[in-house]
Design a protein around this ligand. Structure first.
Ligand code: 6R9
Length: 649
């Protein structure tokens, strides 16, 4: 791993909110005196009733995590109302549409009215505090309005990424028992339309068969494309918002009342509903947004993620709006109309901070420097990366070509479960090493352990745990607290286990090495190999499937599938297409298999466990170092897999 050190640029140091001395002092206090630290920083959001209790968390036994528990507040109030007096006319959201000539600005005052109206629509149609609302939307401001409208009335939103299939959407509607769904006629991305309403229609049918009847399907007209209509259930967004009052009081929520559920993949079973609550999450997203991006009053800030992912929740909507920032919402993709799009958008809106994913950086790097150099980018001050490890080459390109050497890069490690950024540089404080997420944020206590759970000190390579609670942490798996305990607190009792491998170097910097479980990361999207496998075996020709990740130049990891066919079934190009379609139908386009290999047998131990280590090596074309295969029930299957591998260099 490259250890080239990039010291904090003088400019960044001069204007930064936090320099290195401050970082060290605050960090020390945050872990020595968490009560005192968070009592003070908990004041950064507005409370209706101030909290007196700060932290009440245990990672043992039943695992219970509570922050600011006797305080009351409201997330939408903190994102909107409290800014109205001072910045009612300031842009809250700048919407940059898919086509470059479509931009819209929404002031804080306008945001207030939009959110209140939608909240009143929800109430009028029976949504009450604690009810779950599913949001299946394109990247348009109305997606943020829907989230904030839920927060305003105390409903719990579950945003489902617009790229997920009807089956995947249905599964999430059913798990959340959600009877109110917000969607659009069609989404538009990179010039292509996505049939969201048609997908939602199918999802409602499936959910209905599984016992959950969607009562309202509120549909935003985005393209005006043809859609089917079910009277009584389907209503147009704008028709409804016109009928109601433009004001709606923000519900008084207890700090530990749920704010949202977001489904994410794990190594086993169905996606889990990660549950976040109100007070701690708002404190965490706002404090991290301010210090990690060195956000100053008046800055224009752009996180180019989708609200369907946690990054969109925490760093397009809640964190920036809690801080009264101007947040850019982008409907399109970085390569449309061409690979200049991000940088042209930066110039157009004079954006100061850009936060995106390594997969986008690699794709743009591949397109060539001229797409960058023909733009000015003089407004840029801080660049961010999130979603997967960033390789040093992509880091250097981002730093040198995009940022012209003057913008610190914050490589932020965190997860859906952590609610917000955990390990990260601070622009004015941290000397950077390309590829390292560097040091823990305030209050975060990382620890590396070996497979047996022994704590590793100093320079070490191990499994990344966090030893104590932080305010933004998930509280439970929706409807399944046992699964929460099992998934995160049982591998290393008393500690939160992230599922990531990590190295700590001699300077105490952290280098995330990727997942150590059966989760793969494709273009920054998390996927359980088990989910892809269950989609494959649902096809009548497949008797068994094993899925692993392999290195992919742009996506980070690609999806490599081994399938064993039912007796008598022959492999054909047509069958390959059917299997690809099967996975896309069950999960969505993001899970499209890159390679499928027929495997007459899979390498299994005598107890029947598939040895994925071997399958990974073969997929990586690294079959020279398969390690010990003596425990295999039939070592002969390995030779066959190698002879027929799909990934020859
Ligand atoms: C925010 C988000 C979480 C997983 C995580 C890790 C990987 C995220 C990273 C990173 C290396 C970074 N990951 N950021 N790996 N460096 N800066 O991405 O949440 O979708 O839940 O994914 O992504 O493997 O465990 P989520």
């Amino acid at each position: 791993m490259s250890a080239k050190l990039h010291p904090v640029p003088e400019d960044a140091k001069r204007r930064a909110l936090v320099d290195n001395e401050t970082y060290l002092a605050w960090y020390e206090r945050s872990v020595m005196d968490p009560e005192g630290f968070w009592r003070e920083h908990g004041q950064r959001i507005d409370w209706f009733t101030p909290f007196t209790k700060v932290k009440n968390a245990t990672f043992s036994g039943d695992v219970s995590i509570r922050w600011f528990e006797d305080g009351t507040t409201n997330a939408a109030y903190n994102c909107i109302d409290r800014h109205l007096e001072k910045r009612g006319d300031q842009a809250a959201i700048i919407f940059e549409g898919d086509e470059p000539d479509t931009a819209r600005t929404i002031t804080y005052r306008a945001l207030h009215e939009e959110v209140c109206r939608l909240a009143n629509v929800m109430k009028a149609r029976g949504v009450a505090k604690g009810d779950r609302v599913t949001i299946y939307m394109p990247m348009v401001p109305e997606a943020a309005y829907a989230m904030l409208a839920c927060a305003r009335i105390g409903a719990v939103h579950s945003v489902v990424f617009g790229g997920f299939s009807p089956e995947a959407l249905a599964g999430r509607i059913v798990d959340a028992q959600s009877t109110f769904v917000v969607t659009a006629d069609e989404g538009v991305r990179g010039g292509k339309t996505i049939p969201l309403k048609a997908n939602a229609d199918k999802a409602c049918d499936i959910a209905g068969r599984d016992g959950v009847t969607v009562e309202t399907l509120l549909t935003l007209k985005r393209t005006g494309g043809d859609v089917a209509w079910k009277e009584g259930r389907d209503v147009w967004y704008r028709d409804e918002t016109e009928k109601v009052e433009a004001d709606c009081p923000a519900e008084e929520m207890s700090a530990e009342d749920p704010l949202f559920i977001l489904y994410t993949s794990g190594s086993t079973g169905k996606p889990k509903g990660v549950l976040h609550t109100t007070g701690g999450y708002m404190v965490w997203t706002s404090i991290t947004h301010q210090y990690v991006f060195d956000y100053h009053e008046g800055d224009i800030y752009w996180c180019a993620a989708d609200v369907g992912w946690v990054t969109g929740h925490s760093y397009i909507v809640y964190g920036p709006l809690a801080n009264g920032a101007t947040t850019v919402m982008f409907e399109g993709v970085p390569t449309y109309p061409d690979a200049s799009r991000l940088w042209q958008t930066v110039d157009k809106h004079q954006i100061n901070i850009v936060y995106t994913a390594p997969t986008a950086i690699r794709a743009l790097m591949g397109a060539g420097n001229e797409y960058v150099s023909k733009t000015s980018r003089s407004s840029l001050r801080v660049l961010g990366s999130v979603g997967e490890p960033i390789n040093p080459e992509a880091w250097e390109w981002y730093h040198t070509v995009v940022g012209e050497g003057r913008c610190p890069i914050v490589d932020t490690w965190w997860q859906t479960e952590t609610g917000g950024i955990m390990i990260t540089p601070l622009p004015g404080a941290t000397d950077l090493k390309p590829g390292s997420a560097t040091r823990p944020f305030f209050g975060v206590q990382p620890q590396l352990v070996d497979a047996e759970g022994a704590v590793l000190e100093g320079e070490a390579d191990g499994n990344l745990c966090i030893t104590d609670s932080w305010p933004g942490q998930m509280r439970t798996v929706y409807g399944d607290h046992d699964r929460f305990i099992k998934t995160y607190f049982s591998a290393y009792p008393g500690k939160y286990f992230s599922g990531d491998g990590c190295r700590r170097d001699t300077d105490g910097y952290y280098w995330i090495t990727g997942r150590v479980d059966d989760v793969i990361n494709v273009s920054g999207h998390r996927m359980g190999t088990a989910e892809v496998e269950s989609a494959l075996v649902a096809h009548e020709a497949v008797s068994e499937a094993a899925v692993v990740g392999y290195p992919h130049a742009v996506k980070g990891q690609g999806i490599y599938c081994y399938v064993t066919l039912m007796g008598g079934r022959e492999w054909s190009e047509d069958l390959r297409k059917q299997l690809v379609a099967q996975v896309r139908n069950e999960i969505g386009g993001i899970a499209t298999p890159d390679k499928i290999q027929v495997a007459p047998g899979l390498p299994k131990t005598r107890s029947g466990k598939i040895m994925r280590r071997i399958l990974r090596k073969i997929a990586e074309d690294d079959y020279g170092s398969l390690g010990d295969t003596s425990t295999l029930a039939d070592p002969g299957v390995v030779d066959d897999l190698i002879a027929n591998r799909q990934n020859r260099k």
